[in-house]
Design a protein around this ligand. Structure first.
Ligand code: AKB
Length: 340
């Protein structure tokens, strides 16, 4: 392990490219690598491109295990000179910009959420224009608002978000399309629904209940939900989210017809339906409901998503339904709990 004077920690490993791994001298950069998506995406990208070709960065230092898995820099995304230095040094040709504050935290920290979510994107779009890399930026179902049709929400419809997070995502979508149209920046984006995975926990979101419920079901056999029982929201298992993300980035440029952000759908359910599914495996699991401020955000979002454009343009298709996702989550968390 080398520690450089800027405080970066860089790991180099001998990598034997094999199987699905693609030989390349170019690198992939993940900004916000310790978050819910980032930590799993880095693992998957390293499997595809080789450990040393995927550069992970985050404002926080990760675990030793993560540090040992490939190159890492401690980095504030708003420090653009440093981002640019890493991009040049490693000949980065793809950037995944995942650093953001989610819906609930953004309402608490309005200005810093706007700064991180918006200036982070704008600065990175500028770098993409100069350095000519392909950029992935996540949008969200939060771009929709209370006036949007909530069932099977279309790709092109009313977008009047009522949360700081949603406003930043909507503005971000417009910037992405602008940089593509004006400067030919190859930027690609997905409107993620709530994401559910067992490897990393979300933080500060409204859809987080659908992850916490599994951990509590296994540990305590009971869960107090901060959304009401019939709050239906679009959700996606992390396995599918990674497939969608990498699938969109791997699509040829002419397949990517939408440069703002694509609707992608997978599963829709309510807390009550999820609890019933969990009960098929843990019969004595109980749930109670104590909606808090996050209920308002959820009530302004779609119940289900029409993702026909993503299906048609770059062959998007989810693999996990509620049953499959629940089985997989429970068996992995159970194994993790037994292991510790
Ligand atoms: C959140 O709940 O804030 C996020 C999202 C839907 O973008 N998971």
């Amino acid at each position: 392990m080398k520690s450089t004077k800027e405080g970066c920690v860089e790991m180099t490993k001998n990598v034997h490219l094999q199987g699905k791994q693609k030989a390349m001298k170019e690198s992939v950069l993940v900004i916000g690598a310790k978050g819910q998506i980032g930590s799993e995406l880095v693992e998957e990208l390293r499997r595809i491109y080789g450990d040393s070709n995927v550069i992970a960065t985050d404002i926080k230092m990760p675990s030793d295990e993560f540090l040992n898995s490939g190159p890492f820099y401690q980095l504030d995304v708003l420090d653009f000179p440093k981002v640019s230095e890493i991009i040049r040094k490693h000949n980065v040709k793809q950037v995944y910009l995942l650093a953001a504050l989610l819906s609930a935290t953004a309402e608490q920290k309005v200005k810093s959420a706007w700064r991180l979510n918006m200036e982070g994107l704008l600065g990175t779009l500028e770098l993409a224009r100069e350095e000519k890399f392909k950029l992935f930026w996540p949008s969200s179902i939060a771009v929709f608002g209370p006036n949007t049709p909530r069932e099977n929400t279309p790709q092109f419809t009313i977008t009047e978000p009522s949360t700081v997070y949603g406003i930043s995502k909507l503005a971000g979508e417009r910037w992405c399309e602008y940089y593509f149209e004006k400067f030919n920046v190859d930027v690609r984006s997905i409107r993620y629904p709530g994401l559910i995975g067992y490897k990393s926990e979300p933080g500060g979101g409204t859809t987080d209940y659908a992850v916490h419920i599994f951990h509590e079901a296994i540990k305590n056999k009971t869960y107090e939900c901060f959304l009401s029982e019939n709050t239906e929201l679009p959700m996606m298992y992390m396995h599918d989210a990674l497939r969608a993300t990498i699938g969109l980035m791997d699509a040829s440029a002419d397949q990517v017809k939408i440069r703002s952000s694509y609707n992608v759908g997978a599963i829709s359910f309510t807390p009550k339906q999820l609890a019933a599914e969990i009960r098929k495996h843990i019969p004595d699991f109980t749930i109670s409901y104590k909606p808090d401020v996050r209920q308002q955000y959820a009530d302004s979002w779609p119940k289900s998503i029409d993702d026909s454009h993503a299906r048609k343009d770059w062959n998007w298709k989810p693999e996990f339904d509620l049953k499959g996702m629940t089985e997989d989550m429970l068996s992995h968390i159970q194994a993790m709990v037994q292991h510790h």
